[in-house]
Design a protein around this ligand. Structure first.
Ligand code: ADP
Ligand code: MG
Length: 620
């Protein structure tokens, strides 16, 4: 006997001679594909619910046994499948939803790959029963070794899928399934997302004979209450914003949890793009950035947000389970979502942000405030679409750059006695500061009339552009802190700081672990030395974790710089001296003249003397 000889049924392929290349059998292809599509019972629930919704169902019943591992039963009252089409429904790459590449690019259904049912059927025992409207009875097809014939059956109009014993034939995969309770809760997550995506559809869910949810078709407000509970229902703001030119047809609606409804985890964050639940980094980032002014630290806002847009503007075919998407105008969408949410949160009191009106001059302080909240949106819309950077736009799109020279005439009218001579005036088209209004705006006088500056937005923009320049030229000056700023950090943050050390260094940060639960910031980018260092470091670590070191400084660089700039820009209600205001104006001029693209948020607005005359009905 040779006890050291390993006993294995797996042939030692490295030793065997080269095997011939052969096409895989269809069944095996489906089983391989199933690894992507059917990760666990919840993925089956998702695919079957999507099919039911695509079939126009108004009522969907889901029954699970043993966390879905034993049985997943989904019945709908949708359009059904004709008897002769039933075998095709189970065939791989067979779909009724698209027929051409052009249709793929504008696909509006949830499914289109034609592989879900085939994949599910390859790893389970499946019975498909369907009856189209007007048919005398239903028809049935199964994969239980009955020879694949379609036989008459009883059943109401619509379709029923009965899926049993997932992975019974692939025990290795079955071993990966977790406890029934865990699988059930994943199924419930999927169910809740679908229920939120389509409030108009009635859904029910039962498990081992016990009814867990029973939802009638209703309004989206009611559905959100049903799914997220009264705590959220009592502490949210409505959101309804229509983007304008450049992002025509893009709409954002939904419900934003107030900071008081925030949670310890991100579980109550629902983002839907054209009715599809997504967990998309760009959108998550936009939401987090929008909340960062009102929500500090590690709390996660709750929200249910629906983005709708022309399907051609978004590629949903970038992920096997379609939870990530790619927008054609990614930067524009990011900015639109971020500012729409920011402004809705800024309004408070349940007020709605609606379609931003055409640019008009405010006539009262209240209107001024309202205008300030709405106007940035308009500019965001006007500026969009602009690409994140040239690489992403493929050089095909020239962002609309707002040049000061096209806005400001070179001639100057009268100026206050204290302002410098004509040369200086030519040099300083934004004029000279007069005062600060409500801790938010800087008022300045220039040749044309009044310049109104959004202090925070302007400063943010300046920092953003300078950070960008610094990175472009590898000249991000670092400021060593005399006393390192220490803050409590969790394992992920510490890990991130360690792993991302060189990326952080490239940005000008030096962040070290000083204990298993604390990080110390020893250096920050010199431009940001005035920031709340701990909050800034946390935000940068979050971006680093989310985007990964390799992509943070490339495709997600501008988002990161936005985060950094926003954290460091002057806040509302910071008193500025006239000198500081003038310094801000000068920095703005330098920045705007730098031929940079507009990043979506206006930082100043001109009111000419003629505009002001009109306000007082002074017919000149
Ligand atoms: P896909 O949804 O990507 O087209 P599936 O494998 O999920 O692929 O479904 C294949 C086809 O079977 C669908 O295109 C559709 O025509 C049909 N089908 C599946 N489920 C249903 C259903 N519940 N009601 C009506 N038709 C269905
Ligand atoms: Mg499908």
């Amino acid at each position: 006997m040779t006890p050291l000889q390993p006993q294995s049924s797996v042939p030692d392929q490295s030793a065997s001679e080269a095997r011939p290349i052969q096409p895989l059998p269809d069944e095996l292809i489906s089983q391989i594909a199933a690894g992507e599509v059917v990760e666990r019972p919840a993925s089956v629930v998702k695919e079957l619910l999507e099919n039911a919704l695509d079939a126009g169902a108004s009522r969907i019943e889901v029954k699970l046994e043993s966390g879905g591992v034993k049985r997943i039963y989904v019945a709908d009252d949708g359009q059904g499948i004709a008897a002769e089409q039933l075998p095709l429904a189970l065939a791989r790459h067979a779909t009724s939803k698209i027929t051409s590449l052009a249709e793929l690019e504008s696909v509006a259904t949830l499914g289109f790959r034609g592989e879900a049912l085939a994949s599910i059927a390859s790893v389970s025992e499946l019975v498909l029963t369907s009856r189209v409207r007007g048919a005398a009875h239903a028809w049935r097809l199964d994969n239980l070794g009955t020879g694949g014939s379609v036989v008459p059956a009883s059943g109401a109009p619509g379709t029923t899928l009965d899926v049993r014993e997932i992975y019974f034939n692939t025990p290795a995969r079955r071993k990966f399934l977790k406890t029934q309770q865990t699988e059930l809760s994943h199924c419930q997550d999927v169910f809740r997302r679908m229920a939120l995506a389509r409030p108009d559809v009635a859904f029910s869910l039962s498990h081992d004979g016990r009814v867990l949810e029973h939802l009638n078709g209703t309004s989206s407000g009611e559905r959100v209450l049903q799914i997220l509970g009264s705590e959220f229902a009592n502490a949210h703001l409505g959101l309804e914003v229509q983007a304008g030119e450049g992002l025509t047809g893009v709409r954002l609606t939904g419900f934003l949890g107030l900071p008081t409804a925030a949670r310890g985890s991100a579980a109550a964050q629902y983002f839907f793009v054209n009715g599809r639940f997504v967990r998309d980094k760009l959108l998550t980032h936009a939401m987090r950035a929008a909340y960062q002014d009102v929500l500090h630290g590690d709390r996660h806002p709750a929200y249910v947000v629906y983005l709708t847009l022309d399907p051609r503007q978004v590629d949903v075919n970038v992920h096997p389970s379609k939870v990530e998407v790619r927008f054609r105008e990614s930067r524009g969408i990011h900015q639109f979502v971020m500012h729409a949410v920011q402004q809705a949160l800024g309004q408070g009191g349940g007020a709605r942000v609606t379609q931003a009106p055409a640019a008009q001059n405010p006539t009262s302080l209240a209107e001024l405030a309202q205008w300030r909240q709405q106007f940035p949106l308009q500019l965001a819309q006007r500026a969009a679409p602009f690409a994140l950077d040239r690489a992403e736009s493929g050089g095909s799109y020239a962002p609309p750059v707002q040049h000061l020279s096209t806005v400001y005439p070179q001639a100057y009218a009268q100026s206050p006695a204290s302002t410098p001579d004509a040369d200086a005036k030519e040099q300083f088209p934004l004029g000279f500061a007069l005062a600060q209004l409500h801790g938010i705006f800087v008022l300045a006088q220039n040749a044309q009339g009044l310049v109104l500056v959004d202090m925070h937005a302007a400063h943010e923009r300046i920092l953003y552009e300078r950070l960008k320049d610094g990175l472009d030229t590898h000249a991000c000056a670092t400021q060593q802190l005399l006393i390192p700023v220490t803050f409590n950090a969790d394992a992920r943050e510490i890990d991130c700081a360690l792993q991302g050390e060189s990326t952080l260094a490239a940005l000008g940060f030096e962040i070290r672990a000083v204990s298993p639960t604390a990080l110390a910031v020893r250096a920050v980018p010199a431009l940001l030395a005035d920031a709340d260092v701990a909050a800034l470091a946390r935000a940068v670590l979050r971006d680093l974790e989310q985007f990964g070191a390799s992509r943070l400084l490339t495709e997600h660089r501008n988002e990161l710089l936005s985060t950094m700039a926003c954290h460091s820009a002057v806040r509302a209600n910071r008193h500025l001296t006239i000198d500081e205001m003038n310094a801000l104006l000068r920095q703005m001029e330098a920045t705007e003249r730098g031929d940079q693209c507009n990043h979506g948020r206006p930082t100043w607005q001109q009111f000419s003397l003629a505009d002001l005359d009109r306000l007082f009905m002074r017919g000149r």
